[in-house]
Structure formats: structure tokens, C-alpha cells
Design a protein around this ligand. Structure first.
Ligand code: ZN
Length: 370
């Protein structure tokens, strides 16, 4: 079984430069390089190359997605807004914390196209069962009607609709472990039982509203949206506990035909945009667990699509962890920065959150002791 990597140098071309933001006391600050900058992914790709892991994968380049792909999950107004802004010679705000640079529309199409390619290869390429789409701009905050939170279009949502249509899938499970709530993906599939959406996130980080346990879906989508809002300080142990105790029973009940991971590595211990403590080892173990679930339910088909991750030194290392998990490989390589990981015996208490989730999803947890 082989693993595909989808990547394109052109992802660097979406570049909003510096990012100004307003601090709590409304003092305008210049943050320097934007958090979602072109270096994140190119550094990660370079590290995969230098550690030799890239050689063990099959590389693919994406095609551009089309307006038609986007319009399955977004409104015409939204798509036109980004298209128009992208023609400007200066950066243009297109949604809350979402900026288009000149030409960003095309790169966003290439990003969504990367997500589509990640679906194609696991169904059409011989021996390829897993794929990793190393794409940007990210997508999971983009709602049906608006770009948001560094995201222009919702790549995962585009991939889901594409997989449903082209390969006739009826049950897709999206596991979003980006540290921020996957509000956009939730919004798009909130009434859709053919997509079980699970978001593990730091409670009330971004967006400030939503991501509650009680948001479980609407109409026929009721019961197919699971939020797991964690308190700050969670690390490898807590994330594994969440996957074992909550995600695994949900997957086993739903029996998806495909698992897509909305993989933000921003729950990492050095991330500037969260307060979690996951390490490369944690990402490796989480990936290995999801891989086991895909082996049970999805003929081993597993698609990983890049979302956030903003520590320039550690994001590439956390990404290695995900790839090591996919390849069942343990590199002896250890970066200097990893040797400096602070030891902590602090363990946040998460069982009340997990107990609450069990109560809200009685069908999934009926046979489990609380
Ligand atoms: Zn994030």
C-alpha cells in the first residue's frame, strides 16, 4: 500500500505579506509575517524531502478546481467576491480574518484541486490507499457564504462533494483535529447525514462563538455533527484519549466508506495560535489510530487534507509526525527544537467533557459504561 503526497510550488503564490491586527486595547500592531504564510508548507515539504520520507511517497501535482466544484458548497456571491478581489493589485479583505492577495483566487482553486486529487488517487491509482494534500490556503473556516479565518474556500467540503458524486459514496466521516473549530465544514454539512463531522478543538479559541457539544446537526443531519471542545493544556495523552473514547465509537457506529482528516497541526506545543501541547509523537499516534479505523471500515482509504499549523519551526516537525503515522515509520531523526520540549506532568481533566458528549449522543455510546 502506497501513500500519495499532493503538493505544488505555486501554493507559495497566495501571499498576504504582513498581517496587521488590532490588539485587545485596540492598539494597532504590526505582527510581521502573516501567520498563514507561504513558508509553512514549503518548509514542511523540504523537511519531508530531507528526512527521506518524501521518497517513500508517490508525488502528485493538483489540477485547478472549477467554479462548478466550488458552487456545490458555496454561494455564487461568495465565489464572485473572491474572484473579483483576486484581480485587485493590492490585498483585499474578503471575510472575517480572510484576505485575498493578487491572484489568490487561482491558488485557492489549486488548493481545492489538491483536495480533489487526494480523493482521486485513493480510488483510482493502483496501490495508493492514503493521500496527504499539503495545500493552502486552508479551508475549514470558510462557510457556505463567506471566506473566514485565513480560509478562502472550503477544500474539505469540495473534496467531500466530489467524492460523493464521482465515487458514489454515501457515508463520509470528516475528522477535524485542527485546534480551531471547523465552523465552515460544520455549517456546510449541518443538515447532511451523508457526512459525519467531528471537530476536536480548543474551546472558544477561534471562532469565539460556537463549537459547542450541543451543536449536533439539524433536520436529517441531526446526530451527525460532533463537537469536542477541549480546555487548554491538552497534549498527546488527552488527544489519544479523545480518539479512543469518543471518535472511535462514533466511527464504529457510523461505518464510513471514507475518512477525511482535516489536519491542522496547530494543536502543537509551540503554536502561536493555541494553547495545546501535542508533539510530533502525538500526531504520529493520532494518525496511526485513524489509519486503523480506515483499515476496518474504508478498505484502508484515508485522505489527509492540510488546514492550519503556524509555528514555523515546529509545524514541519509536527507534519513529519502525521506522515510517520501514515507510513508506519519512526525516524531516528530528532530536531534540536524537539530536544527542548518542556516536560510537563500537568494533566488537564477532560473526562467531564467526554461524559457530556456521551450524554448528547446516546445512540453511539449506549453500550459503553459512563
Ligand atoms: Zn487552526
Amino acid at each position: 500500500m502506497r501513500t500519495a503526497l499532493i503538493w505544488d510550488e505555486r501554493y507559495k503564490e497566495h501571499d498576504i505579506g504582513k498581517q496587521k491586527y488590532i490588539s485587545i486595547d485596540e492598539f494597532e500592531m504590526d505582527s510581521g509575517l502573516a501567520f498563514e504564510n507561504p513558508y509553512r508548507l514549503s518548509l514542511a515539504h523540504e523537511l519531508l524531502e530531507k528526512t527521506g520520507l518524501l521518497n517513500e511517497m508517490v508525488s502528485y501535482r493538483p489540477d485547478f478546481a472549477t467554479d462548478e466544484d466550488l458552487l456545490k458548497v458555496h454561494t455564487t456571491e461568495m465565489v464572485e467576491k473572491v474572484k473579483k478581489a483576486s484581480k485587485n493589485k493590492i490585498n483585499t479583505e474578503v471575510g472575517e480574518a480572510a484576505v485575498s492577495s493578487p491572484g489568490s483566487y487561482e491558488i485557492a482553486l489549486l488548493s481545492a484541486g489538491g483536495a480533489k486529487k487526494a480523493i482521486d488517487v485513493v480510488f483510482e491509482e493502483q496501490d495508493v490507499k492514503q493521500s496527504y494534500a499539503l495545500i493552502r490556503p486552508p479551508g475549514h473556516h470558510a462557510t457556505r457564504t463567506s471566506p473566514m479565518g485565513f480560509c478562502l474556500f472550503n477544500n474539505v467540503a469540495v473534496a467531500v462533494e466530489y467524492a460523493k458524486e464521482k465515487f458514489g459514496l454515501e457515508r463520509i466521516l470528516v475528522l477535524d483535529w485542527d485546534v480551531h473549530h471547523g465552523n465552515g465544514t460544520q455549517d456546510i454539512f449541518y443538515q447532511d447525514p451523508s457526512v459525519f463531522f467531528i471537530s476536536i478543538h480548543q474551546d472558544k479559541n477561534y471562532p469565539l462563538e460556537g463549537g459547542e457539544i450541543t451543536e449536533t446537526g439539524e433536520l436529517s443531519g441531526k446526530g451527525f455533527n460532533m463537537n469536542i471542545p477541549l480546555i487548554p493544556g491538552c497534549g498527546d495523552q488527552e488527544y489519544i484519549e479523545v480518539i479512543d473514547q469518543v471518535v472511535t465509537p462514533a466511527v464504529n457506529t457510523y461505518k464510513p466508506q471514507l475518512i477525511i482528516v482535516s489536519a491542522g497541526q496547530d494543536a502543537n506545543i509551540y503554536d502561536p495560535l493555541s494553547r495545546m501541547m501535542v508533539t510530533r509523537e502525538g500526531f504520529k499516534k493520532m494518525t496511526a489510530k485513524v489509519k486503523e479505523l480506515a483499515a476496518i471500515h474504508c478498505d484502508s482509504r484515508l485522505v489527509v487534507i492540510q488546514e492550519g499549523g503556524y509555528s514555523l519551526p515546529y509545524f514541519p516537525i509536527a507534519t513529519l509526525g502525521v506522515v510517520e503515522g501514515l507510513l508506519e515509520e519512526s525516524l531516528s531523526w530528532q530536531a534540536e527544537i524537539e530536544k527542548l520540549l518542556p516536560y510537563s506532568d500537568f494533566r488537564p481533566v477532560i473526562h467531564p467533557i467526554l461524559d457530556e458528549i456521551r450524554k448528547v449522543f446516546p445512540t453511539i455510546f449506549k453500550e459503553l459504561k459512563v
